[in-house]
Design a protein around this ligand. Structure first.
Ligand code: SF4
Length: 319
């Protein structure tokens, strides 16, 4: 298969292709959602700040104890720095993250009565909170549509040929123009899921990709279906059952779907990964090669509405 030629694609054609791609990603990842564990807007805000330079799985390992010891903004503001640093050490950059979290708690107490504000313009005034973090919180804790341009999202939309822009805010606006506002949050989720599981930064699994037909970058990664399937991976929450219906990690799981030894929290999935979530067989054949991915059966999450923005290739429309 040759990569799609988009050199003569019109703006209307781009929008149609982008929406088709999104539909297939939705079919592929119907369980997509924020992968950080949280129960309140404050917990999501803190977890998102901690997720810088580390994985969501890594953050989910430290936040239960963090939130138990420091359950609200006032507790965060008054935290013992050494105690918090020890808790956050596994996430990396723990001194800077401790500063951010303590300062965040103080700012919330001083300016917002200890509550997380539900507006972008307020959120971005908080210590350690940029536009990306604010959109994650708005989309997942407040149900306000927004696009989260993280490293996966930016890389993938450029590979998809949806935009050539690199500035995250310009990417957010450009991609936002391609989709209805109501789709922005879920668009963020499914694109980020795809980046984590199939379209990796270094070795994208093009030969196992359900949207290869609509991707002008097909072929930058492994195109042999069997070899590509070996590149598939997913994050698994610690202690979670590897797949729905199994009782615990390592329980009776089909051999072909067991995490590869030594892969830690991001086990590779082998050829058996075709089993679809919720009993569905994903990736209809008409969409090309590929393997569906089960969701990690992690702890419960709150929220779900996510918001996303999209934009036109090479152009940046501004909100
Ligand atoms: S894995 Fe390959 S074909 Fe699929 S989106 Fe990424 S670059 Fe395109």
């Amino acid at each position: 298969m040759k990569p799609l030629d988009i050199s003569h694609e019109t703006p209307v054609g781009l929008k149609r292709r982008a929406r088709k791609t999104y539909r297939v990603l939705q079919e592929t990842y119907p369980y997509a959602r924020a992968e950080l564990d949280f129960e309140t807007p404050l917990q999501l805000l803190v977890a998102t700040i901690l997720s810088a330079q580390t994985t969501d799985v890594g953050v989910n390992k430290v936040t239960p104890e963090l939130f138990r010891r420091f359950p609200d903004a006032a507790a965060l503001a008054g935290a013992d720095r050494t105690e918090m640093e020890e808790l956050l050490r596994p996430t990396g950059f723990y001194r800077a993250k401790t500063n951010s979290v303590i300062n965040l708690g103080a700012a919330l107490v001083e300016r917002f009565d200890g509550e997380v504000p539900g507006r972008l313009k307020d959120l971005v005034t908080l210590p350690g909170v940029g536009r990306k973090t604010a959109n994650v919180v708005l989309g997942n804790a407040f149900g306000v549509p927004g696009i989260t341009v993280d490293t996966h999202f930016g890389r993938l939309v450029r590979r998809f040929g949806w935009t050539e822009l690199t500035d995250p805010v310009e990417v957010e606006h450009a991609v936002g123009e391609l989709f209805p506002r109501k789709d922005w949050t879920m668009l963020s989720h499914v694109v980020i899921f795809h980046g984590r599981r199939i379209c990796h930064a270094k070795r994208p699994a093009c030969g196992a990709c359900p949207i290869a037909r609509w991707c002008p970058s097909y072929g930058i990664g492994e195109t042999d279906p069997a070899l590509a399937e070996k590149l598939l991976k997913f994050e698994k929450a610690p202690g979670a059952a590897p797949f729905p219906g199994t009782e615990a990690a390592g329980a009776a799981t089909p051999a072909a779907t067991r995490p590869a030894p030594g892969r830690g929290d991001e086990p590779h999935r082998s050829a058996g990964a075709r089993l679809a979530p919720a009993g569905r067989r994903h990736l209809p054949r008409r969409h090309g090669a590929g393997a569906a991915h089960r969701p990690p059966a992690g702890r419960s999450r709150v929220g779900g509405a996510h918001a996303v923005r999209a934009g036109a290739r090479g152009r940046g429309a501004h909100r």
